[in-house]
Design a protein around this ligand. Structure first.
Ligand SMILES: [Mg+2]
Length: 321
């Protein structure tokens, strides 16, 4: 299959930005009630709706909004600004992991992000917190692979400096870019498998590529066993990519159903898969009913419009920290 767009002639449209941003938030909000153990689910039954009855989203969407607002304010990934925004936005009711909450608490109390991150995780966190906020960077920098990798890495290391966390974020962002550009996704995953720096990603991407080439329906228990469903980046990034690509020609809600059946870190896997699906099909293809009851929809729409107004292909060397 021939790619329908090359990086050189791809331009980010409002529909693609909306698809990615709203697809992520919708996947997150729909997945959140199904995430975690009994206690987490009971808590979410209390805090999972706003006073207006809207479906609340979690840390995945909050950190993505922090990335977008920082990008708009600074014109590029500005690590100090982004760290301050992450820290300011963090609230227990958004379901941040305990490690991320400790890092962000330290930053809020005046610690540098470099020190805060390393004092909680000396080797860097290998959770999926960097990958969950990476899809929008994939869309913004879709036509510039170098700027994409640079932006995703700079965003990741603030809280997730472990090589597994960074590579997971890169895999998710590059896949979102490929989806936005209309590239053949099975081939993209094959290239990603060949080019992956770390063996666990090479192995999982190869499994996903093989399943897609066989074009058969893989039982969800097999997906869980072979690709994972946990909060580690290596146990969720390829899983989300596979869910999105294997259901790219199916309605958005089939993604959600698969993520729920998979279990584990449902909101993050559903958010990343939703962002990839949304980047491919655009915001207009997202299901109207859950979208109508999504928390802070106006803010998401406004930020999508503001992002889409800027030609990010020319901003790779924008202001930095
Ligand atoms: Mg979450």
């Amino acid at each position: 299959m021939i790619p329908t767009a090359s990086p050189a002639d791809f331009r980010v449209t409002l529909d693609v930005v909306r698809g990615c941003l709203l697809g992520l938030a919708l996947g997150d909000a729909l997945g959140a009630p199904h995430e975690g153990g009994l206690l987490e689910r009971l808590v979410w039954r209390v805090v999972g709706r706003t006073r207006l009855g809207e479906r609340r989203w979690t840390d995945d969407t909050q950190m993505t909004l922090d990335v977008v607002e920082s990008l708009l304010a600074r014109g590029a990934v500005h690590q100090d600004d982004l760290a301050r925004r992450f820290a300011r936005s963090q609230h227990w009711s958004r379901g941040y992991g305990p490690g991320a909450a400790r890092v962000l608490g330290r930053i809020r109390r005046g610690d540098s992000w470099e020190h805060a991150s390393r004092s909680v995780y000396p080797e860097g966190s290998f959770g999926n917190g960097a990958a969950m906020r990476a899809p929008i960077l994939g869309v913004v920098y879709a036509c510039d692979a170098e700027s994409l990798d640079d932006a995703v890495t700079r965003s990741a290391v603030i809280t997730h400096a472990h090589p597994l966390a960074i590579e997971g974020a890169l895999i998710v962002a590059r896949a979102t870019a490929a989806a936005a550009m209309g590239l053949a996704m099975r081939e993209h995953i094959e290239h990603a498998a060949d080019g992956a720096a770390l063996a666990p990603y090479r192995a999982r991407l190869r499994i996903a590529a093989d399943w897609l080439s066989q074009n058969t329906s893989v039982p969800i228990a097999t997906v869980r066993d072979q690709l994972g469903n946990g909060i580690a980046a290596v146990d969720s990034c390829v899983t989300a990519l596979y869910l999105a690509v294997s259901r790219l020609d199916s309605p958005f809600m089939t993604l959600h159903e698969a993520a729920v059946a998979l279990g584990g870190d449902v909101d993050t896997i559903s958010a990343m898969a939703g962002a990839i699906w949304g980047a491919r099909h655009g915001g207009a293809a997202l299901p109207a009913e859950p979208l109508a009851s999504l928390e802070d929809r106006d803010r998401l729409e406004r930020l999508a419009s503001d992002l889409a107004r800027i030609d990010w292909s020319r901003s790779g060397d924008g202001p930095r920290r």
